[in-house]
Design a protein around this ligand. Structure first.
Ligand code: ADP
Ligand code: MG
Length: 559
């Protein structure tokens, strides 16, 4: 039998591909299962237009079998199969996708579920196998063919026998080398985990022969190993289900199964978008901060699926930094993926989705704040700081989106309040939104600088987080009201203005003030009389834009 060579350019491409396109070897299984699913889809679409063909759902499945003794992994499907020509054309020419052609031919029909389009996925099998054998019988054909290849140097093709329509792919798994381990691809538990990870939502059952230990029929103490067929994938993804059919527990289970977190999410958002870009998404707002949340190690991002097949674990482009706490997934048919499907090619659709998601989260948080205050405060305890960082970063670009989600402790209400609540309570003569910064609420309550504002009966916001003051400095104003630190020189309160005119007091005590300033050179710029004090003899006040607290933080930052 003559060995046919892969078509010219193919040869180099194949070598290059096999080891460089995919970053992870386990991907080969995703590709072969996707092909099997495509093949079943094709028979299904044929059945739609062919009365002779009855699509009996139970007859269509994908089946895996691993055999350690022969080091083979077999992936079988009951799909449309391939003729001799198709074996040559689809597997013998790299980057020729039979699925893409099928999609084009059947454009009028609803063929958009087919996953393949690049014509390279199949070759990923050579990442783990020395020899790949494909036995296939096409729908409507009496003959079956066997295609076999050891990789770059070509393939053979010969007639063989196969009882039913479909394809069987047999991988001879490579031997372990010092650097590389391949045994794992013959281990049931490992194969199951890979299927769960990438192919859990393939719409046909992925069956697997698994060994289970069972008590022998006639004895309680003796066990025997029997082989049992299990369906490994869950098939229908929760995000394709109708919202009305799902209970809060369903979402919680999903959160748990996906290991998005160990807490109970505060809220979920289920999106089925049908507009400019079609996608489904399930998003969660967690309750507790992950242990590494406020560190560099934390990685934000959502899972990204294309047609039910996992493409990326953590797609960071889908959520803005200030919502980095959001967990969940997005599934879209509209993504243009690159050849390895590990990267997205054009991000137009992705940007649209991201924008959409951002707005959904924002409105979700707004309604949580409005309707479930307690829950919102729980959330805010965990992630409020991130929102404040969000106001501050990107040169305040996102402040509009975030300002109404902020909360601060109020001197008069003795609890967290929003800026809107603060402003709506302001007496007419109050010009500014006052805040006092300090390490803790107790410390701030003792601040001499706060006394005068409190005396006036004005509410103050207590800033105990380092980021607080930076955030409001970035905002500058809220509803036209400027923020003002109680430690700033000019408080904008009448008595305060008098202070500057208390020239008499200044001259009377000039010697004393000069003496004090002399002692405190390098520490203060000026010592002066103040009307702002009540029960305290002295206080520090800031001259410029920065409050004392902010200066402290800036000084402690590494240059
Ligand atoms: P893609 O799936 O992107 O088209 P692949 O390299 O994965 O590219 O597969 C190449 C082609 O081989 C497919 O388009 C399809 O026509 C054919 N093919 C692969 N696997 C199967 C299978 N299990 N059953 C039928 N046809 C298959
Ligand atoms: Mg494919």
């Amino acid at each position: 039998m003559v060995k046919k060579e892969f078509k010219a350019e193919s040869k180099r491409l194949l070598e290059m591909m096999i080891n460089s396109i995919y970053t992870q070897r386990e991907i080969f299984l995703r590709e072969l299962i996707s092909n099997a699913s495509d093949a079943i889809d094709k028979i299904y679409y044929k059945a739609l237009s062919d009365d002779q063909l009855v699509f009996n759902k139970d007859d269509y499945y994908i089946k895996l079998a691993a055999d350690k003794a022969s080091r083979t992994l077999t992936i079988l499907d009951t799909g449309i199969g391939m003729t001799k020509e198709e074996l040559e054309n689809n597997l013998g020419v790299i980057a020729k996708s039979g699925s893409l052609a099928f999609k084009k031919e059947n454009e009028s029909k609803d063929g958009h579920n087919i996953i393949g389009q690049f014509g390279v996925g199949f070759y990923s099998a050579f990442m783990v196998a020395d020899t790949v054998t494909v036995i296939s019988k096409a729908l409507g054909s009496d003959e079956a063919y066997k295609w076999e290849s050891q990789g770059a140097d070509g393939y053979t093709i010969e007639p063989c026998s196969k009882a039913s329509v479909g394809t069987e792919i047999i991988l001879k798994i490579k031997e372990n080398t010092e650097e590389d381990q391949y045994d794992e691809f013959l281990e049931e538990y490992r194969l199951k985990a890979i299927i769960k990870k990438y192919s859990d939502f393939i719409r046909y059952p992925i069956k697997m022969e698994v060994a289970v230990r069972k008590p022998k029929a006639d004895s309680e103490n003796e066990f025997e190993e029997v082989h049992e067929e299990q369906t490994v994938n869950s098939m229908v993804p929760i995000w394709r289900k109708n919202k009305n059919e799902l209970t809060p527990e369903d979402y919680e289970n999903f959160y748990f199964e996906k290991r998005y977190g160990f807490d109970k999410p505060i809220k979920h958002v289920h999106i089925s978008a049908d507009g400019a870009v079609v996608y489904n998404a399930i998003l969660f707002i967690p309750e507790k901060t992950p242990f590494d949340y406020y560190t560099k190690e934390y990685e934000k991002g959502l899972e990204l699926y294309s047609n039910g097949v996992l493409i990326m674990d953590k797609c960071s482009d889908l959520v803005p930094d200030y919502f980095s706490f959001v967990k969940g997934m997005v599934d879209s048919e509209d993504l243009s993926l690159n050849i390895s499907r590990e990267l997205l090619q054009h991000d137009r659709q992705l940007k649209l989705i991201a924008k959409n998601i951002k707005n959904k989260i924002k409105s979700q948080l707004q309604s949580l704040l409005k309707d479930e205050r307690e829950q919102y405060e729980k959330f805010y305890q965990s992630f409020g700081r991130q929102l404040k960082f969000g106001v501050y970063s990107d040169y305040g670009m996102n402040k509009e989106d975030l300002q109404d989600l902020l909360m601060f402790y109020s001197s008069t209400e003795k609890k967290l309040v929003t800026l809107d609540e603060y402003v709506s309570r302001m007496p007419e003569d109050q010009k500014y939104i006052y805040y006092a910064s300090g390490e803790s609420i107790a410390r701030i309550e003792k601040l001499p600088q706060a006394e005068m504002v409190a005396d006036k009966g004005y509410e103050m916001l207590y800033f105990t987080d380092e980021i607080d003051e930076f955030a409001v400095k970035m905002m500058m104003k809220y509803k036209d009201k400027e923020f003002k630190s109680v430690s700033s020189g000019d408080l904008g309160i009448e008595q305060d203005q008098e202070e500057n005119s208390s020239a008499a007091e200044e001259t009377d005590n000039k010697d004393l003030f000069d003496y004090m300033a002399g002692l405190l050179t390098d520490k203060v710029t000026k010592v002066k009389a103040s009307k702002r004090l009540k029960s305290h003899p002295v206080c520090l006040s800031a001259e410029g834009e920065l409050s004392i607290e902010m200066e402290k933080i800036l000084k402690s930052m590494p240059n």
